[in-house]
Ligand binder design. Structure first.
Ligand code: SF4
Length: 392
């Protein structure tokens, strides 16, 4: 059994379960009064299931090398950007910076490149971080179940993998080269991760690629399926909107702020227990307005380029031209397109995946949460919880 079968059935027949029919209705055009009623219901459900907590995390981009061409992504293979891959020691340096900022949940992010970002490299990074970072998740190229088992054994507890879009035709159009072209292989990734032992799994869509109502409905169907088949893990959903990036992809299906809010409310109402992630792709004012509603997990103070917090990785900066490495002395380096200046003033030059919109430092965002009556949660997991040794 695979979600592919259910997705194909929905695409072919349009038949939906009662929960999905409700979701489909909630994402139809609503009058302002109806949206307000949805917001009140969603807020009450969030308080009921999550209290006033807000989990904080920060990404560490360990590499911006990638063998795929995803038309919308700054890291696409054919984008002539400055690239680097951090050594394990450099990843640890980035993590220490974030730990000093207060973070205990870190997401390791990388482009998909088997040579630079091998499973062995990731395993080493996770193992090197596990003593100082209790919550380590990964957002990297899809793997087989045995590789996921190795990541979990090394100390990772969370897996994030977005389908980007559930629209097969659009997916084919947007993913023009590399292993990511395989739609079905990617869609089965959360289940492989579940069988591999991850205790948290995040799925999502990239808003702006296709009709958002159809895509959100299929994401809801995927979540519904995973709750039935992978029920021992906890799930989050993420709904990132496209941001400017190298390659200058222009979204064909713009999602307004009101529509963005409506999707999150619909998810909260239909899936009261799901974690909903809001990233620094959204501007500060909008984030502040959304925090009290359906959101349960946010990133803060993020950088999307390798070495973005400390300047690590600057020793191996190089250019790629159509996937081929070109040393900087051979080629004039282009001006970095986004995210090139670290919070501590270092300049890495490595290109970011996309431009951040909320650039506030983490402590400022934590203060904002407290001002809204919410509780910033920096740490909510420790491997010792699973220890079988008990002391009296
Ligand atoms: S979205 Fe991921 S796989 Fe696609 S180009 Fe960007 S980093 Fe590579």
């Amino acid at each position: 059994m695979s979600f592919v079968t259910e997705l194909n059935a929905i695409d072919a027949t349009g038949e939906l379960s009662p929960r999905l029919r409700r979701f489909a209705d909630l994402v139809q055009t609503k009058a302002p009064g109806e949206l307000e009623a949805m917001a009140q219901q969603a807020t009450a459900l969030t308080r009921q299931h999550f209290g006033r907590t807000m989990r904080l995390f920060a990404p560490i981009y360990v590499s911006n090398e990638c063998v795929n061409n995803c038309t919308y992504c700054g890291f696409s293979r054919d984008n002539p950007i400055l690239r680097t891959t951090l050594t394990v020691e450099q990843v640890v340096a980035e993590a220490k910076y974030l730990v000093a900022e207060g973070f205990r949940n870190i997401l390791l992010v990388a482009g998909e490149h088997p040579k630079f970002v091998s499973s062995g490299y990731l395993e080493e990074c996770i193992a090197a971080l596990r003593e100082t970072v209790p919550g380590i998740s990964i957002e990297v190229g899809p793997m087989e179940q045995p590789e996921y088992e190795r990541m979990v054994t090394a100390g990772s507890e969370g897996l994030v993998v977005y389908q980007e879009t559930y629209d097969r035709e659009m997916y084919k159009k947007l993913h023009t080269a590399g292993p990511k072209k395989n739609f079905d292989w990617r869609i089965d990734c959360p289940e492989r991760g579940y069988r591999g032992g991850f205790r948290r799994i995040g799925i999502g869509i990239l808003l702006g690629l296709t009709d958002w109502r159809a895509d959100a409905l299929r994401l809801a169907a995927h979540l519904d399926y995973l709750y039935r088949t992978a029920w021992q893990t906890s799930f989050t959903i993420s709904l990132p909107r496209l941001r400017p990036a190298a390659g200058e992809y222009e979204p064909e299906h713009f999602v307004t702020d009101a529509e963005f809010l409506q999707i999150m409310l619909a998810f909260r109402i239909c899936f009261p227990q799901v974690g909903i992630v809001l990233s620094t792709r959204e501007p500060a004012a909008l984030r502040d307005a959304l925090f009290p509603l359906a959101i349960t997990m946010i990133s803060a103070g993020s950088h999307t380029e390798p070495g973005g917090y400390t300047g690590e990785g600057a020793d191996d900066i190089h250019l790629t031209v159509r996937g081929r490495r070109v040393e900087l002395e051979d080629e004039k380096a282009p001006t970095p397109t986004c995210g090139s200046v670290c919070q501590n003033g270092n300049n890495t030059d490595a290109a970011g995946q996309f431009q951040i919109a909320d650039e506030r430092p983490a402590h400022e965002i934590a203060s904002k949460l407290e001002g809204l009556g919410l509780e910033p949660v920096w740490k909510d997991w420790d491997a010792s919880i699973l220890s079988t040794t008990t002391s009296i």
